[in-house]
Design a protein around this ligand. Sequence first.
Ligand code: ZN
Length: 199
Amino acid sequence: MQIVPFPHPALRFKSVDITRIDDNLRAIVREMFRLMYAAKGIGLAANQVGLPLRLFIVNASGEKEEPDEEVVFINPVIRNRKGHALGEEGCLSLPGMYADVARAEEIVVEAFDLEGQPFRAKVDELAARVIQHEADHLDGVLFIDRLDDVSRAQFAEKLKQMQAGFFEQQTQGAVLNDDELRQQLEQIASTGQAPPPSK
Ligand code: ZN
């Protein structure tokens, strides 16, 4: 399992609800946390590791030494958005790109945890920003989509380079082509379950 770079089709896939919370899913979540900390992130959505499932993880502290801060959101729904806040965001799928993004200041989020228990939380500040960013991922939306044209233009060159790099890998056969990747995503999405984690 690895974090897939832009423009991997998983990042534009509308993820599906998870149908079973089991040991396999718990193993995947452990691996996602490992990858997130290694990449110095504070949130990671399942489709960022090629799984088109409605799941994301957050540790707003970014510290693996603070496991109490770890929260897993399965089939999350944002119920309430209040206020406006502008703050800087980056994304593990778009390395080196940072920009101010407008988000709701406070949200209410409902989800299931890894034991299959539903929970509801009112969050604000950084946690609210991370959750909105990750929830966007599940719908195939990236933070650069939320910028105005002028702000987005600063990334045009970097995005072009990433596209060229990804295409190069596909040409060399190191990565499946887009159609094959999409087929793989459709296959997983049709079950609502993740295949066992692979290295
Ligand atoms: Zn992201």
